[in-house]
Design a protein around this ligand. Structure first.
Ligand SMILES: Nc1nc2c(ncn2[C@@H]2O[C@H](COP(=O)(O)OP(=O)(O)OP(=O)(O)O)[C@@H](O)[C@H]2O)c(=O)[nH]1
Ligand SMILES: [Mg+2]
Length: 307
C-alpha cells in the first residue's frame, strides 16, 4: 500500500456485503468462490471461522467488500460470545447481507436469530441456498427457500454451489446493484484486509482442524512469532506457536515421533508457499495454555477480538 492518494475512477462505487449463517453452511467457501482465491479457511468442522474476514473484489468502477463472519451459534465460552457480537455488528453496518443456508434440515435457533436481526436492521438481504450439488430434487430447494422467505423479507433468492462455483457470478451481479457512489476503500488490487501473518496462522489452524478430531481443534490458537524474508533469496522464514488447552492435546498434536505435527506442517507449507508465491521454511512449537478460550486477556493476545 502507498500513502499517495489514488485517483478515483469516474463514477466510482462501492458496496459492503456481509455473509452470515449458522456454522458449516459454506460461508467461507462462498467468499473464496467469489474472490477465486483462498482468503478464508474452510473445514468440515463447525465454527471454523473465528473473526470477521474481509474480502475485496473490484470490477471496473465497482468495489465490493465482503465480510465473512463466524457461524452464529450459542456457545458457552467467552470466545463464542465475542463471535456472536461480531455477527450482529456485521448485519447492521452493511449495504446488503447474504444469509447462507444448506438445502435441508430444520431452521435452527441461530438461523431464527439471524432472520430476526435481518428484519430489525432494515437493510436488504439476499438468501443463498448453498450446496445444491448435493441435491437432485429441485422441489426440495424451492421448499427450503420458502421456509426462509416466509420468515423475513428477502430481496432475492439464489441457489448456489460454492465449491463448484455454480451460480456465484449471478450472485455477484445481483450484489453489485446495491453499490452506491463512493470512493474505493481498498486499493483496487487488494484481496483482503488480513495481514499475511494472520492468513499464515489461519492456514496452520485449518490443517489442525482437518487432521484432528473432536475437542482438540476448537481448543487451538496459532500465533506467528516470526515472519522474515531472507534478503536476496526467494525464501521466508516463519516461526509459529500452536497453543492448546491440555497437556494430552499437546501430545496428540505432536503425534507419535512427531508424525502428526510433521503432517500438519507439510500441508501448511504447501498452502503458504502457494499463497505467498515463494519458498517457506516453517517451524512450529506446541504449547499448553489451559482454558484460554475463557480468558479475555489471552483471547485479545491471540488477535481474536477487534480492538
Ligand atoms: N458439497 C458441497 N460442500 C460445500 C459447499 N460449500 C461448502 N461446502 C463444505 O461445507 C463445509 C463447511 O464449509 P465452510 O466454508 O468452512 O463453512 P462456514 O459456513 O464458513 O463454517 P464456519 O466458519 O464454521 O461458520 C466444508 O467441508 C466445505 O467443503 C458446496 O457448495 N457443496
Ligand atoms: Mg467460515
Amino acid at each position: 500500500m502507498t500513502d499517495t492518494p489514488r485517483p478515483e475512477p469516474m463514477g466510482s462505487r462501492s458496496v459492503f456485503v456481509s455473509i452470515v449463517g449458522r456454522p458449516n453452511v459454506g460461508k467461507s467457501s462462498l467468499l473464496n468462490a467469489i474472490l477465486q482465491e483462498k482468503v478464508a479457511i474452510v473445514s468440515d468442522k463447525p465454527q471454523t471461522t473465528r473473526t470477521k474476514i474481509t474480502g475485496v473484489l473490484t470490477q471496473n468502477e465497482t468495489q465490493m467488500v465482503f465480510i465473512d463472519t463466524p457461524g452464529l451459534h450459542k456457545g458457552k465460552t467467552k470466545l463464542s460470545a465475542h463471535m456472536v457480537k461480531a455477527v450482529g455488528q456485521a448485519i447492521g453496518d452493511v449495504d446488503v447481507s447474504v444469509l447462507v443456508t444448506e438445502p435441508s434440515g430444520p431452521i435452527r435457533e441461530a438461523e431464527e436469530q439471524l432472520l430476526a436481526d435481518i428484519g430489525a436492521s432494515g437493510a436488504p438481504a439476499i438468501l443463498c441456498v448453498n450446496k445444491i450439488d448435493t441435491v437432485d430434487n429441485k422441489e426440495q430447494l424451492l421448499a427450503r427457500a420458502a421456509q426462509f422467505t416466509q420468515k423475513a423479507d428477502f430481496a432475492a433468492v439464489f441457489f448456489i454451489s460454492a465449491t463448484q462455483r455454480d451460480g456465484v457470478d449471478d450472485l455477484i451481479a445481483a450484489l453489485k446493484d446495491y453499490a452506491v457512489e463512493s470512493p474505493h476503500f481498498f486499493p483496487d488490487d487488494a484481496l483482503t484486509d488480513q495481514p499475511e501473518r494472520v492468513i499464515v496462522s489461519e492456514i496452520v489452524r485449518e490443517k489442525i482442524l482437518r487432521n484432528m478430531f473432536e475437542e482438540i481443534p476448537h481448543g487451538t490458537a496459532v500465533v506467528v512469532e516470526k515472519f522474515k524474508e531472507r534478503p536476496g533469496q526467494d525464501l521466508v522464514d516463519i516461526d509459529c506457536t500452536v497453543y492448546c488447552e491440555r497437556q494430552s492435546h499437546k501430545g496428540m498434536i505432536i503425534g507419535k515421533q512427531g508424525s502428526m505435527l510433521k503432517k500438519i506442517l507439510s500441508q501448511s507449507r504447501q498452502d503458504i508457499e502457494q499463497f505467498l508465491g515463494c519458498r517457506v521454511n516453517l517451524q512450529c512449537w506446541v504449547k499448553v495454555k489451559e482454558d484460554w478460550r475463557n480468558k479475555e486477556g489471552l483471547i485479545k493476545n491471540f488477535g481474536l477480538v477487534e480492538e
